[in-house]
Write a protein that binds this ligand. Structure first.
Ligand code: HEC
Length: 378
């Protein structure tokens, strides 16, 4: 057996008030290398021990800042160098869009790094031995006692003085703590071959089980009932058809449900014969105005005079009050909404059938407002 060395003198107290009082006295005397152990956090202990603010905050700051730099570099490299994509004409490196990512990486680095720093630098992992471990003192303070331990390596440590101080303070139990130097300094306890072997075996077992479950088991009968279904998945193969394509072109002459094809494709002449099925009721007029204002007025102007609001970003259309459009049938205007005209795009999918006809009713009202006949005024 190797020789035991004195680590500290410990004293136990019964109440939180006693320990606070004792700690105040100990720190008043000028002891520095001592520690306090209590079964639960005792309010005001930091103040009594005169602990300086933790240095962990600085570590968190440095880690957070490096996380921020890493996030910045990562987003910059990804979106400006490795895979630049033009999104709606925005700059390739559009900083505001990357703030959430940079923020998250900052928090990630700071949080994970701070915990690791705490474990490695402050708790001295992987060395997990401490002279107080396994002592009766530790058992007592883990249960219902409040303890203080003044270390021998404190500059002011004199055995008799410390014992007397503890007695004065009314401690119920004063004990020395000895330690085995070899055992304490056996630094890499965690990296013992046995433990490493355990880690390796655990790693192989868990990753092997995960691999088998996700890559093999899930595709075995009967566990594959969710992934193998008798249906066609878009863009995938299908053994049902002889050519192996899952996606089929529609059978010629068929029409998709709810979709009636426009019969006058490219034929203004034939379309012009279509009558407007809507009556100019109050509701229809209102619907027409609303849809016209939303879908047409940006180019044609609220009154159809061709006064576009697009400031020259799209060529201004001609006035809808022209002789030509006034004399057009409703069917012809319908045809322009369906198919567009020259540079005007089609609005067939933006408006329902009734909405298109209602827009035409509104257009007629606009035309009449600028070209009223005498009979309109009577
Ligand atoms: C993106 C702008 C834009 C929008 C939105 C737009 N138009 Fe047009 N429209 C034009 C332009 C430009 C022309 C002229 C096209 C050409 O050069 O023949 C035009 C032409 C027309 C014409 C024929 C005029 C003529 O004298 O030949 C009609 C009718 C018409 N639009 C109706 C509408 C209706 C109804 C809507 C709303 C459903 C609408 N437009 C939405 C830009 C637009």
């Amino acid at each position: 057996m190797s020789e035991k060395k004195l680590y500290s003198y410990t004293a136990l107290f019964n109440t939180p008030d006693e320990i606070i009082h004792a700690v105040e006295k100990v720190s008043e005397k000028g002891y520095k290398n001592y520690d306090v152990n209590t079964p639960y956090p005792v309010h005001g202990m930091d103040g009594a021990m005169k602990l300086p603010p933790s240095k962990l905050g600085y570590i968190a700051l440095v880690l957070g800042l490096s996380g921020m730099m890493a996030g910045l570099l990562m987003t910059y490299w990804m979106s400006a160098i490795d895979y630049p994509i033009n999104i709606g004409g925005k700059p390739i490196f559009s900083f505001p869009a990357y703030i959430p990512i940079i923020f998250e990486i900052t928090v990630l680095f700071a949080a994970v790094g701070t915990v690791l720093a705490m474990l490695l630098f402050f708790f001295k992992l992987p060395n997990n031995s401490h002279p107080l471990h396994g002592t009766n003192y530790m058992k007592a303070v883990s249960s219902d006692k409040f303890g203080i331990s003044i270390q021998v390596d404190d500059k002011l440590f004199v055995k008799e003085e410390v014992i007397n101080l503890f007695k004065e303070l009314g401690s119920t139990e004063i004990n020395p703590v000895y330690y085995d130097e070899v055992e304490i300094n056996y630094k890499n306890k965690i990296f013992e071959p046995k433990f490493i072997m355990f880690l390796v075996v655990a790693f192989i077992l868990t990753s092997g089980a995960t691999y088998v479950t996700l890559n093999k088991l899930m595709f075995m009968v009967p566990f594959d009932w969710m992934s193998n279904q008798e249906k066609v998945i878009p863009q995938s193969k299908s053994m049902f058809y002889s050519d192996g394509f899952g996606m089929r072109t529609p059978v010629e002459g068929t029409i998709a449900r709810g979709h009636i094809p426009y019969p006058y494709k490219g034929d203004l002449e034939a379309a012009s014969a279509m009558p407007n099925p809507l009556l100019p009721t109050k509701e229809n007029m209102k619907l027409g105005q609303q849809k016209y204002d939303t879908f047409c007025s940006l180019c044609h102007g609220y009154h159809g005079e061709g006064d576009s609001r697009l400031r020259g970003q799209f060529p201004n259309p001609p006035s809808l009050h022209s002789e030509k459009v006034r004399n057009w049938s409703d069917g012809s205007i319908y045809h322009v909404i369906m198919e567009g005209q020259n540079i005007m795009p089609a609005y067939s999918s933006q408006l329902t059938n009734d909405e298109k006809w209602a827009v035409i009713l509104h257009l007629r009202a606009l035309q009449r407002s600028l070209n009223a006949k005498e009979t309109d005024l009577q």
